[in-house]
Design a protein around this ligand. Structure first.
Ligand code: PRX
Length: 656
């Protein structure tokens, strides 16, 4: 065993009890309380979820059926009921003292910023909702957001929800090409964007990417609403493009929330899968709202005076659920930060915590590993005594990073909640409860009440203690995705047909591998499909391959992940060139750039290896297992007897 492995094993075997003071006041303050809730959910799921929905959401009309599972795996939750997410996040807080409580604190990268009380946010959202109506948007129309991290992003999301126009937020780091794919797939009517945003002390333009996407043909998009953020020169097309500050400011701040059916579409969010183009994950109104609300309350044990900061981008599900909807539905104060730590400002995050007295901090393991590399001298310069709970999300966290986070950022006082979930699950599924669950560094611990998570084999049977298997969910839950936009077949094949129980029942396949230890704790090992996780960003290897193959010099490409100390996984591409092309440094640069244009900078391969053949089975399937081993510099082991041409292996080895 190497020193690092020994250290890892030592950390993994440690157990941290919740701080006594926290357990004494927490909503769920003991394992007995957790177990009682979990047992209740298990014994009578309909009653459990029905009670939670009645308690935590406002209903214009009550629902008559908790779960309709008559056409599995297409679930319908809270049928008959009408509610509105924007109402639950805003209006219902206006009656008491929360009306003047800070809802949103915004910190811009150049040091500007501001805040909104619940009353102010409500007013801004109503104005934006009326502006959407003025642009001809009505219930059911899909609106895309391509935004920097400015308050108008949250305001626009809430405005869409208010009038029942589903949103499709596209991460501002995606390219014009990737944006266009999503606009076309969703038949989007309106795009909300900004002139640009600040990133690493520079103004980065966004609007030109929208112009480019539309110029290449997005017939359904009729209007563009543009927030002025950076004030850089921006071309505006008369009749099509409108400035937010001109259109929204003049609107009435009265816009009643539209009563929405529980199963009305709330948003579409694209995420990568193992095949084809990214899929539009569909979430619906009541179930998503309930799950974002409940999970936020449980995993952060939210209190009235908490200041919550989630460092994600609103372009990802984490931003949807834990910057915007979960916190606001609970009447909490949420922080939104435009920037990122950068060489000129390595303490940027800690400054935000100190300045706003952040009490709950939620970030990604990749960020923690980068902070670790800079050393504790940076965070040690800031007063972070306001912190009481730390969270992580997006990728497995190595025990060393977990320990460092707890010690250096949390001063060994704050529980660390490692939260496992996905775009598809709407909210957290497996996580410690900070006042109840003893934690182990590197483990997401136990499923939340109501979540029937398990580790299973291909038949759906539970595997034994410490045996690896597929991470699966045995029962529907309110926050589950309902379908893949425009492609119900893909919904079936991606999530419900992989694990095949003999009794024909449906088990949700998450795409991750995991094991459970003797205490029932989950240890998530990472994806078992052709999806890679780079700095917490999910990318399909096939998407990157298609991007590479669309370059004129490339005949064929295979992409795999390899372990990366900082990013979790790095991207390695094996590329076969067209006949007369020569693989040199110039071409590597051009290919990386090309992938940046096709998808976005996050998808650029870290390494490109040119080859004249790929290891394939006799039926023509690329043997990625072999490429993964080669990319990681490991010995190729296991069965290679199905390989069509064994000499390929030697060539790939010698070329590496
Ligand atoms: O592989 C798992 C990993 O991120 C995937 C989901 O990615 P995405 O839909 O982009 O959502 C990310 C934010 C929820 C999962 O299939 N993942 C997420 N959280 C964890 C994790 N892997 C291990 N531990 C986690 N806590």
């Amino acid at each position: 065993m190497s020193d690092a492995t020994i250290e890892s094993v030592l950390h993994e075997s440690r157990l941290f009890a919740p701080p006594e003071a926290l357990a004494a006041t927490a909503r769920i303050g003991s394992m007995a309380a957790y177990q009682a809730l979990a047992d209740q959910a298990e014994a009578d799921p309909d009653r459990f979820w029905g009670d939670q929905a009645r308690e935590h959401l406002h209903w214009f009309e009550p629902f008559h059926t908790v779960l309709n599972w008559s056409d599995p795996p297409f679930a319908r939750w809270f049928e008959g009921g009408t509610t509105n997410l924007s109402y639950n996040c805003l209006d219902r807080h206006l009656e008491g003292p929360r009306a003047n409580k800070t809802a949103l604190i915004w910190e811009g990268e150049p040091g500007d910023g501001g805040s909104y009380t619940y009353r102010e946010l409500h007013s801004e959202v109503c104005k934006a909702a009326n502006a959407l109506k003025a642009l001809g948007i009505s219930k059911g129309d899909l609106v895309a957001l391509y935004m920097p991290m400015v308050p108008e992003a949250a305001i626009a999301m809430l405005a869409c929800a208010r009038i029942g126009a589903p949103h499709s937020v596209v991460f501002g780091g995606f390219s014009a090409e990737a944006l266009r794919d999503r606009l076309i797939d969703g038949a989007v009517k309106l795009v909300i964007t900004a002139d640009g945003g600040f990133r690493k002390d520079k103004a980065v333009a966004l609007k030109p990417a929208v112009d480019q996407a539309l110029a290449e043909g997005c017939p359904t998009v009729q209007q563009v609403l543009v927030v002025q953020r950076t004030k850089q020169p921006t071309a505006m097309e008369p009749g099509r493009d409108h400035w937010w500050h001109e259109l929204v400011a003049g609107q009435s701040s009265d816009c009643p929330a539209e009563p929405m059916q529980s199963e009305d579409r709330l948003f579409v969010l694209y995420t990568s899968g193992s095949t084809g183009k990214p899929k539009g994950v569909v979430h619906t109104t009541a179930g998503y709202n309930l799950w974002a609300h409940l999970t936020f309350q449980w995993i952060f044990d939210i209190r009235e005076d908490d200041i919550h900061w989630c460092t994600a981008d609103v372009g990802w599900i984490t931003g949807h659920s834990y910057i915007v909807y979960g916190p606001l539905s609970n009447g909490a104060t949420t922080v939104m930060y435009e920037g990122a730590p950068r060489p000129a400002k390595p303490g940027a995050f800690w400054e935000v915590i100190e300045k706003h007295k952040v009490s709950i901090f939620y970030t990604a393991p990749t960020a923690i590993r980068a902070f670790m590399k800079n050393g504790r001298e940076v965070p040690d310069q800031y007063n972070m005594s306001s912190l009481r709970i730390l969270g992580t999300v997006g990728e497995p966290i190595n025990p060393e990073a977990w320990m460092w986070y707890r010690d250096v950022i949390g001063g060994n006082r704050c529980p660390v909640v490692d939260t496992w979930w996905q775009t598809e699950t709407g909210g957290v599924m497996i996580s410690p409860l900070p006042g109840a669950t003893p934690t182990k560094p590197g483990s997401a611990t136990l499923p939340l009440p109501g979540i029937a998570a398990d580790v299973v084999d291909i038949d759906g049977s539970s595997v034994g203690v410490d045996e690896g298997g597929y991470l699966a969910i045995r029962r529907p839950w309110p926050g589950m995705l309902r379908t893949v936009h425009g492609d119900p077949e893909r919904f079936l094949s991606s999530y419900w047909q992989h694990i095949r129980p003999a009794d024909g029942s449906y088990i949700y396949f998450a795409g991750d591998g995991a094991r459970r230890d003797k205490d029932g704790y989950f240890w998530v090992m990472g994806r078992v499909d052709d999806v890679i996780n780079v700095s917490g960003h999910r990318l399909g290897t096939m998407e990157i391959e298609s991007a590479l193959v669309s370059h004129p010099a490339v005949a064929e490409a295979a992409v795999v992940g390899r372990p990366d100390e900082l990013k979790g996984e790095g991207i390695v591409a094996f590329v076969i060139l067209q006949g007369d092309c020569h693989g040199d440094a110039e071409l590597v640069k051009s290919l990386r750039q090309h992938v940046g244009v096709e998808i976005g900078p996050i998808a650029r391969p870290d390494e490109i290896r040119f080859s004249d053949a790929l290891p394939k089975t006799r039926s023509g399937k690329i043997m990625r297992r072999i490429l993964r081993a080669l990319a990681a510099g490991e010995k190729v082991s296991g069965d290679t007897s199905t390989l069509e041409d064994l000499s390929v292996l030697d060539k790939l080895r010698s070329e590496a």
